[in-house]
Design a protein around this ligand. Structure first.
Ligand code: DGL
Length: 282
């Protein structure tokens, strides 16, 4: 397994991985806060969505992505995908890293997201909108309970939301029906919810629709800023890893789908034209 990985101790870009476009919402905030670093963004658009896939498949696909990013020289990889963080992170950290390269790091985004929740909710009732995989994994209630045992967490899976983003239908009238339905379902299950976590990195792309249907007074939390500030803090606390992250301010974008298609869809979101390479994961 380790034969594909570049085992050099040389500094490299920070890897950011998602099943598709969603991780761009995390990349965008990271790049804003830490513009001096180099990044490789990898979207597995050819195999998205991950949210409805089994544990074994999400683990296998995520492991392939991590190996690809390691082979590109990344010493640090962020799983900018809740489904991968929920279903693959622990196995990769415990089973794969010791074999691939114990000095490299793979970090998830669920923990940094929930750390601030105790200060945000007043009612101590929190809702989570996420993929089926993330909701079924119970990662959010488990992580929140560890830090804030008094908070009640209710989750709602939104299986159509990622396809709405990936097919560029997120602004369409049809999207309203599915966005409203899942928000209504969540709030019907717990009317005391005062804070909703968007626990899927694709969902901020639907933020205009989401805000339209979330009643006033309920806070909608996206993850990008929290993940970016947690990464900044991590690099500060780990100067040895910081020294292994190159700082040229350059980002390379890769996808397992058509690079042109990814570029067309991602460029408006990033407010700049981007060049995208098509890669194969194995
Ligand atoms: N963006 C990913 C997440 O945060 C998942 C999308 C998918 O279902 O592929 O969970």
């Amino acid at each position: 397994m380790s034969s594909l990985v570049n085992l050099s101790k040389e500094a490299g870009p920070i890897g950011i991985f998602d099943s598709g476009y969603g991780g761009l919402t995390i990349y965008d905030e990271i790049k804003r806060l830490l513009p001096e670093y180099d990044y490789i963004y990898l979207g597995d658009n050819a195999r998205t969505p991950y949210g409805t896939r089994s544990f074994d498949i999400v683990y296998e696909f995520t492991r392939e992505a991590v190996r690809y990013l390691f082979a590109q020289g990344c010493q640090l990889v962020i799983l900018a995908c809740n489904t991968a963080s929920a279903k693959a992170l622990r196995s990769i950290q415990q089973l794969d890293l010791p074999l691939l390269d114990p000095n490299r790091r793979v970090l998830g985004i669920i923990r940094p997201t929930v750390e601030c929740i105790g200060e945000v909710t007043k009612s101590r009732h929190v809702g989570v909108l996420a993929t089926e995989g993330t909701i079924k994994s119970l990662s959010y209630p488990l992580e929140i309970r560890k830090l804030f045992p008094d908070i009640e967490v209710t989750g709602e899976a939104c299986p159509i939301w990622v396809p709405l983003v990936e097919t560029n239908e997120f602004a369409s009238e049809g999207a309203d029906y599915f966005v409203k339905r899942h928000i209504d379902n969540l709030l019907a299950r717990d009317s005391k919810i005062d804070t909703i976590i968007l626990g899927c990195t694709h969902y901020p792309i639907l933020i205009d629709k989401i805000k339209k249907y979330v009643p006033e007074g309920i806070i909608v939390l996206t993850q990008g800023a929290a993940v970016a500030s947690s990464l900044k803090d991590y690099l500060h606390r780990h100067p040895e890893m910081d020294a292994l992250c190159t700082k040229g301010g350059v980002t390379a974008f890769c996808t397992t789908e058509s690079g042109g298609k990814f570029g067309d869809q991602a460029s408006p979101f990033l407010n700049q034209p981007i060049e995208v390479k098509t890669v194969t994961l194995e």
